[in-house]
Design a protein around this ligand. Structure first.
Ligand code: SAM
Length: 199
């Protein structure tokens, strides 16, 4: 959080280390090492305007930057909402402050809850998994029955140097739960869809 505050919104070259699948991370940009890469934020916003989701669920709000970028997509669409959860109460308080000061706040429901406990009503059209690395498989399994078969699951931090999330994505695929495409950004993002219910 300190790093994000010190940077004051300035862009830095991405400094997660090179991986075999992404040998030039410095070609990407970041605000800080917790917030998704800037190019991934752009991708999230475009995905929202492309897919027109009614309901987005995000796990791991951190300071609400990815939440706000997705909410920009909702505002452009003119409908929908994003429910985002942040487990840490101190981080949640900062994110809440920021979101309340933003014109995008009507599109956002921010919760100080764990993704492993949060209850959300309705069918999820876009699920963005970006919380604690070791719990990703559990949170995805937990929300899977509520995710639309036509919807999209995004799993951030799936690069080979953040092995635990990459392995979780492979495992969910091997168990027949998801079909995954691995997009090679510095931190890695998986674009996936539920296998069950596809027509
Ligand atoms: C990588 S950051 C999220 C970055 C944010 N999505 C963005 O790109 O702007 C991960 C966040 O998940 C939070 N977190 C950890 N465990 C969680 C849980 N079980 N439920 C919700 N949030 C959690 C952490 O406190 C941290 O702020």
């Amino acid at each position: 959080m300190l790093q994000a505050e010190r940077a004051q919104g300035k862009l830095l070259p991405e400094y997660h280390r090179a991986t075999p699948e992404c040998p030039h991370p410095e070609r990407w940009s970041m605000y800080d090492s917790m917030t998704a890469e800037v190019e991934v934020l752009e991708f999230l916003r475009t995905l929202v305007t492309t897919l027109k989701p009614n309901l987005i669920v995000e796990t791991g709000s951190f300071l609400g930057v990815s939440t706000i970028w997705m909410a920009e997509g909702l505002r452009a669409n003119g409908f929908g909402k994003i429910v985002s959860c942040e487990y840490d109460p101190v981080v949640f308080a900062r994110a809440k402050e920021k979101i309340e000061a933003s014109p995008l706040s009507p599109w956002i429901e921010l919760r100080n809850e764990s993704s492993l406990e949060m209850q959300v009503d309705g069918t999820i059209d876009l699920f963005f998994s970006d919380s604690d690395l070791p719990i990703r498989a559990d949170e995805i399994r937990r929300f899977l029955p509520q995710i639309s078969p036509q919807g999209v699951v995004l799993i951030h931090d799936a690069s080979s140097h953040m092995k635990v999330v990459r392995e979780a994505a492979f495992e969910l695929e091997q168990q027949g739960l998801l079909s995954c495409v691995f997009l090679n950004t510095p931190r890695g993002i998986v674009l996936a869809q539920k296998r069950e219910g596809r027509r």
